[in-house]
Design a protein around this ligand. Structure first.
Ligand SMILES: Nc1nc2c(ncn2[C@@H]2O[C@H](COP(=O)(O)O[C@H]3[C@@H](O)[C@H](n4cnc5c(=O)[nH]c(N)nc54)O[C@@H]3COP(=O)(O)O)[C@@H](O)[C@H]2O)c(=O)[nH]1
Length: 921
């Protein structure tokens, strides 16, 4: 574009300034030089116009920048620019002025001044460097010997480092310059370079007037001159000192190793103290030496392949001087020391930490084992989302769900909907209470894999430091079986195992409740004590299995006889009790007792046999007959005792006087037991006179109890007691032995008669006892007559008949006593071949008074004669009775008329007298 004359005129009007100007236009993104003065073109390194593709000089770039800045700001821009050419530095001032023109595009007028200064670049560098540079010229004496050095040039840096002005140092002899306490050493080293050539490098401390500094000094010859370079290394030295201090005073064991040989180059005090090796010993060792043999190869590999510091990557083992091995975590940094690669290592002893961590791991493992193996289900769930975080093995087993399915799932999903809802509500309540109270409960859970289980659950809320609910810890024990066993044990503790009826303890509790109700609501009730009649015989004859079966059958009947609100209990043996609740009156209790008697009197079928027993009952009413369970039971028992004593198969109400009566009876029982042991029992004998020959045919042994206070106690009084208490067995055996022994002393034709109780037939020992008595006495069996009553054949007839046959087979004679008093006396004569019939004394007594009795006596005497059975009349007290009996054909008589029962000595006399009289007749 050709410049319009106006611009040329404008430039021309600048006069000599125009030589240093350039007019620049902004053309789009480019700057176009419209008019460039030749001086500026030269300044721009001979590139008068900027052309695309040309390498732009620094000056052109500078001009470009300042123009753009001026055009952008619309303000004049000024800058100083240095231009280096042939080692000469020219400094120009550049001024850019934005112009307002009518051309419509931005134009700037730039003025580049004449060089303001022109200087040598070397000189500038030499003067501006902070390093000191001096040139020293040798000074020789008259002999040509080097005696000093003279500063022939120095830069500002040298003057500053020597803390003097440049002018004061220039041309000075070195000997005149203060160089501190190293002056001699410095001079000597400089002289050596002058004399020997070569170069020298050294460092020294330079102490000035106010501060000390460290200089690194390099000396090199330059022709005849010495060039000395001074570098301030004070900062470096300070850093080194700091490092040294950090290293040495560091509480962490540290050392520096040669990277190649791994030899210790330096160790700090902490290392010496911690490892126990002296510093010298350390410095004589390599890093291998402080490691166990087995770890050394690995160390070598690590150092050979290491590309980066192995900071705390792994634990190493180090050996201390005392032989102990420690675990350390190394932190290693590579560095250069004295020109050689080295490593700085810090070793943190983590032995304690490792031990603690190992202990922690062990503890954790132990706890894991405990948690895993406790037989209770243990789980932890998140407090917020209820997800299970931990479950143990028992948990899996109990729920029947694998752990993987449990963890992460909501705890309530384990249960059915209703249970889950209740569990959630309960957990929420627990967290609301801030975990102050644990929840303990037993609940039935419907598990996914194990059906319904009864769990004893304890739940604890675990909160964070701020008290926010964090976890819920649950411990649950499956108590399904235990509770069942406990219930069974509780049942057993309160029930009789044979009949499953409540036992005495349970009865007492219920009786206590009944008393309480009676006390509060005046509810009457009755206690009925029941004892089976004839149970022992079943047990003895049919065996215990039959006895047990009978007791179970009795229990069933009793259950059916009472109302639901009543209670039937078994106290043991054949003792039962009934608590008749809300018994309206003694009549109602009596009706129940009668019903029970009636019910139990019905035959039982036990192991294929028909068994008939009975029951006796005693009744005590609440509260009149006692205000405590024990008293009521005791009084009902007294009533039962009375019932049994009077007549079996009946019941009695308690009466206060029973107590005294029964106490007396119990005293008698105790004394009878003592009598048997102390020899207070003895036998009297009453002769049975042959009515035809007037001779003694036999003598009946009649038991007597010589009581120390009461005198003779009648057998009619104590035999029933002996039968009830079982004492009849030893007493009966004693009578047999004693009677046989005595009879053996009598004339040979006189027999001895011994009474047998029906109870003795229940003893398996009866037959052996008879055999033994006969054998011991040496008595012929035919001289022993055993008297039995109808009752022997009444109960257990088959078994007792069998015993009778066995006895008779021994040769013993069997007599039917009290004949005529029973209902079936005659039929028994058909049942068993009796040897003798004793007509009961009640018939004899009425002879001559009651014609029926005479008829009966006649009939029995005739029957005996016809059947070949000896007939005896008992209780003959008068001659008329004797005559009558003699007339009717009775064989023998027994009674006071001839003789009362006599002590043995008297009997012997009577026998002798009778024998003598008979012989005389
Ligand atoms: N099992 C056993 N029973 C025995 C034994 N010893 C006796 N007894 C039975 O005791 C009952 C009472 O006997 P006891 O008081 O000895 O009375 C007997 C006679 O004393 C009495 N008796 C004899 N003669 C007369 C008389 O003329 N008048 C009169 N009032 N009583 C007289 O009769 C009793 C003998 O009766 P019994 O036995 O029926 O022959 C009694 O039942 C004895 O059986 C024993 O060791 N074991």
């Amino acid at each position: 574009m050709a410049l319009p004359p106006y611009e040329e005129i404008a430039l021309g009007s600048l006069g000599r300034f125009a030589d240093g100007t350039v007019l620049v236009r902004l053309d789009g993104p480019d700057l176009v030089h419209l008019q460039t003065a030749s001086a500026v073109a030269t300044w721009l390194e001979g590139t008068p116009r900027h052309a695309a593709g040309h390498q732009r000089s620094d000056c052109a770039r500078l001009l470009d920048q300042i123009v753009r800045r001026a055009l952008r700001t619309g303000q004049p821009e000024r800058q100083v620019a240095s231009r280096v050419e042939n080692g000469i530095v020219e400094v120009h001032e550049i001024l850019a002025l934005p112009l307002h023109t009518h051309w419509g595009f931005p134009v700037a007028l730039v003025h580049v001044s004449e060089p303001q200064t022109r200087s040598s670049l070397i000189e500038q560098v030499y003067q501006s460097t902070r390093e000191g540079v001096l040139a020293l010229a040798p000074v020789r004496d008259a002999d040509g010997q080097l005696c000093d050095l003279q500063i022939v040039t120095l830069n500002a840096g040298a003057a500053q480092l020597m803390r003097r002005s440049l002018d004061s140092l220039l041309w000075q002899h070195l000997s005149e310059v203060y160089m501190g306490h190293h002056a001699q050493e410095i001079t000597a080293r400089l002289f050596r370079v002058v004399e020997n050539g070569g170069s020298d490098n050294f460092e020294l401390e330079f102490i000035g007037d106010d501060a000390e500094s460290y200089l690194k000094i390099a000396v090199a010859p330059l022709g005849d001159l010495l060039v000395v370079t001074l570098v301030d290394i004070t900062e470096l030295r300070t850093r080194e000192a700091s490092f040294r201090m950090l290293f040495e005073a560091n509480p962490v064991p540290m050392w520096v190793l040669d990277a190649g040989s791994l030899r210790f180059l330096d160790v700090n005090t902490a290392a010496v103290e911690h490892y126990g090796y002296s510093r010298d010993r350390f410095l004589a060792m390599t890093a291998h030496d402080i490691r166990p043999e087995a770890d050394r190869a690995e160390l070598q590999i690590v150092f050979a392949n290491r590309t980066k510091p192995y900071d705390g990557e792994r634990i190493w083992r180090h050996c201390k001087a005392d032989g102990s091995v420690i675990q350390i975590l190394p932190y290693v940094r590579p560095l250069m020391l004295r020109g050689r690669p080295a490593v700085l290592a810090a070793s943190i002893d983590v032995t304690e930490r490792q031990l603690a961590e190992a202990e922690l791991r062990r503890t954790r493992s132990f706890l894991d084992t405990v948690i895993e193996n406790i037989p209770a289900m243990l789980y932890v769930q998140d407090a917020v989302d209820h997800r299970l975080l931990l479950v143990n093995r028992a948990c899996e087993a109990l729920l029947g769900v694998p752990r993987d399915e449990l963890i992460g799932g909501p705890s309530h999903a384990l249960f059915q909907h209703t249970t889950a809802r209740a569990v959630l509500d309960q957990d929420a309540a627990l967290f609301r209470a801030s975990g102050r109270d644990a929840i303990v409960e037993e609940r039935q859970f419907e598990t996914r894999g194990n059906g319904t289980r009864l769990l004893h659950v304890k739940k604890l809320a675990v909160s964070d430091e701020e008290g926010r609910p964090q976890y819920l810890l649950g411990i649950a024990e499956d108590v399904t079986e235990r509770r069942a066993v406990e219930a069974r044990i509780a049942h057993m503790a309160h029930h009789d195992p044979l009949t499953d009826l409540p036992n005495r303890a349970c009865f007492r509790e219920r009786l206590s409740d009944a008393l309480e109700r009676q006390h509060r609501h005046a509810e009457p009730a009755a206690v009925l004590c029941l004892d089976l009649d004839g149970f022992k015989a079943v047990n003895d004859t049919l065996g215990h299995a039959a006895g047990d079966a009978l007791l179970r059958a009795v229990a069933d009947r009793l259950r059916h006889c009472v109302r639901e609100e009543d209670l039937v209990a078994r106290f043991g043996g054949d003792e039962f009790a009934i608590l008749q609740a809300s018994a309206p009156s003694p009549e109602a209790a009596g009706q129940l007792a009668a019903r029970l008697v009636e019910c139990l009197a019905q035959p039982f079928s036990i192991i294929g046999q028909k068994v008939v027993i009975g029951a006796s009952l005693g009744i005590a009413m609440l509260p009149g007959d006692g205000t405590t369970p024990d008293l009521l039971l005791n009084n009902a028992d007294l009533a039962l005792y009375q019932a049994k004593a009077e007549r079996r198969g009946t019941f009695r109400f308690f009466e206060p006087e029973m107590n005294a009566r029964i106490q007396a009876r119990r005293t008698l029982e105790r004394e009878l037991r003592e009598a048997l042991n102390t020899g207070a029992l003895e036998l009297f004998y009453q002769p049975l006179l042959n009515l035809r020959e007037n001779r003694i045919n036999a003598c009946e042994a009649l038991l007597r109890w010589r009581h120390p206070e009461r005198g003779f106690v009648s057998p009619a009084e104590f035999i029933p007691i002996a039968e009830e208490t079982g004492l009849i067995a030893p007493i009966g055996e004693w009578v047999l032995r004693e009677a046989c022994r005595e009879a053996a002393t009598w004339p040979g034709e006189i027999k001895v008669a011994v009474n047998l109780s029906p109870v003795q037939f229940r003893q398996q020992s009866l037959v052996p006892a008879v055999v033994s008595a006969l054998a011991n006495a040496g008595l012929d069996p035919s001289r022993l007559e055993l008297e039995i009553t109808e009752s022997v054949l009444l109960a257990d007839s088959d078994a007792n008949l069998a015993v009778l046959h066995r006895l008779r087979n021994l040769g013993v004679r069997i007599a039917m006593d009290d004949f005529g008093t029973g209902y079936s006396s005659l039929s028994y004569l058909r049942t068993f071949p009796f040897d003798k019939i004793k007509i009961d004394q009640s018939f004899v007594r009425e002879l001559g008074v009651n014609r029926h009795c005479a008829a009966i006596v006649r009939a029995v005497a005739g029957l005996g004669a016809d059947l070949g059975i000896t007939t005896v009349a008992e209780g003959v007290e008068t001659a008329a009775q004797r005559d009558h009996l003699q007339h009717e054909g009775c064989d023998e008589m027994q009674g006071y008329l001839f003789s009362r029962p006599l002590p043995v000595a008297d009997l012997r006399q009577l026998i002798a007298a009778t024998e003598q009289a008979a012989r005389a007749a």
